[in-house]
Design a protein around this ligand. Structure first.
Ligand SMILES: [Zn+2]
Length: 488
């Protein structure tokens, strides 16, 4: 079954054919770490987590890269307000990001580059654009010449004329053309800065992703993703820089997830209508948010409300119960005359599920297939309970239906704690305790061996044991009542 993906670049649903057979290189723009994440961020994380898992399910070897923007105006402003270095803000919200990711079972990316550890790569990238005539310097700023890249606007479907109408030069900008955008910004006093061929400064946002993609994935990748609001200007600018430099396609498929709205308005910090991921985690099982997000096609808007989350919880409980109620059926006496089983429904649900997933990751349709099977399972269960017995075949079919739901939702949607739980402090303590108990026993044995060697006047062996233990931080003391030991 071939996978079809809606490609923002062509505006069409296309068959997915990776550049190298069997391999998928995917880059998703990550968060700017200046504050905690809200449901809007959560949606992008959950959607691309699902896409990555499904590609892997299809057998692709997926390399997934998601960055952290850890230097930016918002981070710098927050640092100024709090009178702390910008790195304190960035580190704080990277930590917060990881807490959310762990809570909501978002698998870590294979590579998670930070801007501040890629400055030489970014400078090198900009220098090449300057050398090729696509970028120019003015007083320590470097700008990209948008008009020189003839295909500018092809991703977001905007014409140069349309863009000119909306373009403006911000105070302090020295660009030659209002359409141009900054690749490198000369830093003001007190701001973080790095040495560059154009003086002290810092990278512009649109360049970091290009430089990190080139470094970690190469000049052409299979999938570039992000939220719909990144299409313009961020992704349009990324594409222009990369393709201007290489004269080859930057990404084969561009995938954009729809935005989260509240009463029809975009959920955002600036509008103040946001719900943080932490607030949701306090009240609901993480799978409930995952189910809410995936109940809507990833390209459609998702209007968030607590009522919807509560409704989704009921749907999630139905799925969970259908799996767990195997136990009820197992307790029923066997009835060989029970004439009902689910094998046809399982085959249909499985087929519909994968057909939907392969049709541009149509998760709502995939869930419809699952819910359909759950309904059939409930019919079987009610009949068996009413009749007070079940055949082996019917029970087995119920188990297989439950297994299908469990495995598909676990592997592809990340439900049912498919990831290892976060490190359990008590468990770690127990392991350490056990470890140290074993060490103690070993030390006692070595002391016995040493004493035996001393009695036999094999002092070289005795000394070797004492010195080796000392190297490991264990000090032996020979006392009149025997050898004692302590940790150094
Ligand atoms: Zn980006």
């Amino acid at each position: 079954m071939s996978l079809k993906i809606h490609n923002t670049l062509t505006g069409k649903e296309e068959e997915f054919v990776p550049i190298n057979p069997g391999e998928v290189k995917i880059y998703v723009c990550g968060v700017t770490v200046y504050d905690v994440n809200h449901v809007g961020h959560g949606r992008s994380l959950i959607v691309f987590d699902m896409i990555r898992r499904y590609l892997r399910y299809l057998g692709y070897n997926v390399t997934f890269v998601r960055n952290f923007t850890d230097v930016d105006d918002k981070i710098i402003n927050r640092a100024k307000n709090e009178c702390v270095p910008f790195t304190v803000i960035a580190d704080r919200y990277i930590k917060s990001y990881y807490e959310d990711a762990e809570n909501f079972k978002i698998e870590p990316a294979d590579i998670e580059p930070r801007v501040t550890t890629h400055i030489p790569d970014i400078i090198d990238f900009i220098q090449k654009l300057v050398d090729k005539g696509y970028a120019y310097e003015v007083d320590g700023d470097v700008y990209f010449s948008v008009r020189k890249f003839k295909e500018y606007g092809k991703l977001s479907k905007r014409s140069i004329d349309e863009l000119i109408a909306g373009a403006r030069v911000e105070p302090g900008e020295k660009k030659k053309d209002p359409l141009d955008f900054a690749l490198w910004k000369a830093s003001k006093a007190g701001e973080p800065s790095w040495d560059s061929p154009w003086g002290k400064g810092r990278p512009g946002w649109h360049t970091e992703c290009c430089a990190m993609i080139f470094k970690h994935l190469g000049e052409t990748i299979d999938i570039h993703g992000g939220g719909l609001d990144l299409t313009f200007p961020h992704h349009e600018n990324e594409l222009a820089q990369a393709e201007a430099l290489t004269d080859r396609p930057f990404a084969k498929y561009w995938i954009h997830n729809g935005l989260v709205t509240v009463n029809g308005q975009k959920m955002s910090k600036s509008l103040g209508n946001y719900i943080t991921l932490k607030e949701i985690y306090e009240k609901y099982h993480p799978d409930v948010l995952r189910l809410l997000v995936l109940s809507v096609h990833y390209r459609s808007p998702l209007d968030f409300s607590w009522e919807k989350l509560e409704e989704t919880k009921k749907a999630y409980d139905r799925l969970k119960n259908a799996i767990e109620e195997v136990k009820i059926l197992e307790k029923l006496p066997e009835n060989p005359d029970f004439e009902y089983h689910l094998y046809d429904q399982i085959a249909k649900a499985e087929q519909d599920f994968y057909a939907s997933m392969s049709d541009d990751f149509n998760t709502p349709e995939a869930f419809a297939a699952i819910y359909g099977l759950v309904r059939e399972m409930n019919i079987l269960k009610d009949k068996a309970v009413k009749e007070g017995g079940i055949s082996k075949k019917a029970l087995q079919s119920y188990k297989e239906a439950a297994d299908l739901i469990y495995k598909t939702t676990r592997d592809i949607f990340g439900f049912f704690d498919s990831l290892k739980p976060c490190v359990d402090v008590e468990e770690v303590k127990q392991i350490e305790k056990e470890k140290s108990a074993i060490d103690e026993e070993l030390v006692e044995i070595l002391i016995e061996v040493r004493n035996k060697a001393r009695k036999e006047k094999k002092f070289d062996i005795a000394d070797y044991i004492r010195d080796s233990l000392k190297e490991k931080g264990i000090i032996l003391e020979d006392t009149p009542v025997g050898t004692k030991w302590k940790k150094a």
